[in-house]
Ligand binder design. Structure first.
Ligand SMILES: [Zn+2]
Length: 378
């Protein structure tokens, strides 16, 4: 049976991480804290130069802990250091039933401190079990919340594990995302010509009219079972009596089929160019593949290991599909078999975010079992 975890201790550790400010690009204090905690567990920890390159205060942390059984394959765990806004002055409020909320004016930061706590305590428990384990690697990236900019800068050739677990998904312990979409963002500008709309409308070229026609021509929302498309922002115009000269707009497509998501973006680009040309306006358009779709097999080793570990802690593991980006996109793009685990965080990216201590305990137990594997062998 898995070891039990002291909820009071989990709460103290979690509170300590939550009360450390760690906004994206301002992860310094949290990185120092994690460095100390990992070192205390026996990890050899290094920090890369992602902080300087991104204009942030800290880089990605990488740690390795030598296993006691060199015959075993190494395994990697990952949770990110940064939190979304409102991120400053976070604190925990513990409720009678073990629910932990924020003070109400910030996010809680269980995204991703819940994952950090589960990794730390899961590793601690595995070490003290006295049972054999292989090398354990951890990757704690900065700037995950901005399309995984931190992990993208990490030198993946340093990672020895072929198997990875990224603890960064909402919900009770027991779900694992094995499939995630491409996310392709874009920004466009339509340029026409300004003119007084009362005295000389003929001299103007209405950029807003061109953009509006293109938007009206383009399907949005869920395009099919695996593709979504959205125009998220549009700004235009100077005054009610001036023909609008410029339109700036941004949006994104997501899709489990990368080519289809890309086609949706390019088809909007063509619509913009067509409508702009008709009115004599011009278009500049730029798209970025933020993360690329991946899919891990149901019967892959990494998935089976998760399902078996879940069973050993008394829960039924299940595989799901996510629509979000995570550092697992970076890992899979680098040839590492990773899946994303739910880690007991809820209502993330809002001031109503919360976690539950019993779920943190289950998450730590799951990490422990993922490290130890089945008694007597993998
Ligand atoms: Zn997250």
């Amino acid at each position: 049976m898995p070891a039990s975890f002291d909820e009071k201790k989990l709460f103290e550790l979690f509170s300590g991480l939550v009360s450390t400010d760690s906004p994206t690009y301002g992860e310094r204090q949290q990185a120092d804290k994690l460095k100390a905690l990992l070192t205390e567990l026996g990890f050899e920890v290094t920090e890369d130069s992602a902080g300087e390159r991104l204009g942030g205060t800290a880089g990605n942390l990488y740690g390795i802990l030598k296993g006691t059984d060199p015959a075993r394959e190494p395994v990697l765990f990952s949770s990110h250091l940064d939190t979304v806004s409102p991120a400053l002055g976070k604190r925990t409020v513990l409720h009678e039933d073990g629910t932990v909320t924020s003070g109400g004016d910030t996010v809680l930061g269980a995204d991703d401190a819940a994952g950090l706590v589960e990794i730390l305590e899961g590793v601690r428990s595995a070490i003290s079990s006295g049972r054999p384990y292989g090398d354990i690697e951890v990757l704690l990236p900065v700037a995950e919340e901005v399309y995984t900019k931190g992990s993208k800068l990490f030198d993946l050739s340093r990672i020895r594990s072929k198997t990875a677990y990224v603890l960064d998904m909402s919900g009770n312990i027991g779900s694992a995302a094995i499939k995630a979409p491409s996310i392709i963002s874009f920004k466009a500008e339509v340029k026409g010509r300004a003119s007084h709309s009362g005295f000389a409308p003929e001299k103007g070229i209405n950029a807003l009219a061109a953009a509006s026609r293109a938007i009206a021509d383009t399907p949005q929302g869920r395009l099919d079972e695996e593709t979504t498309f959205n125009i998220g922002t549009l700004t235009s115009g100077e005054a009610s009596n001036i023909v609008p000269e410029r339109v700036a707009l941004t949006g994104e497509a997501r899709g489990f089929d990368h080519e289809k998501a890309l086609a949706a973006v390019l088809s909007f680009k063509e619509a913009l160019e067509r409508e702009a040309q008709e009115l004599g306006a011009s278009v500049s358009f730029e798209h970025t593949v933020e993360v690329k779709a991946y899919s891990v097999a149901e019967d892959a080793e990494v998935t089976k290991r998760f399902l078996s570990a879940a069973e050993r802690i008394g829960i039924k593991g299940r595989t799901v599909t996510t629509h979000g980006g995570s550092d697992n996109h970076t890992l899979t793009a680098g040839g590492i078999n990773g899946i994303v685990l739910s880690c007991g965080m809820y209502n993330v990216h809002s001031v109503n975010e919360y976690t539950k201590l019993p779920e943190l305990a289950k998450g730590a137990a799951l990490v422990r079992e993922l490290i130890l594997g089945k008694a007597g062998g993998i």
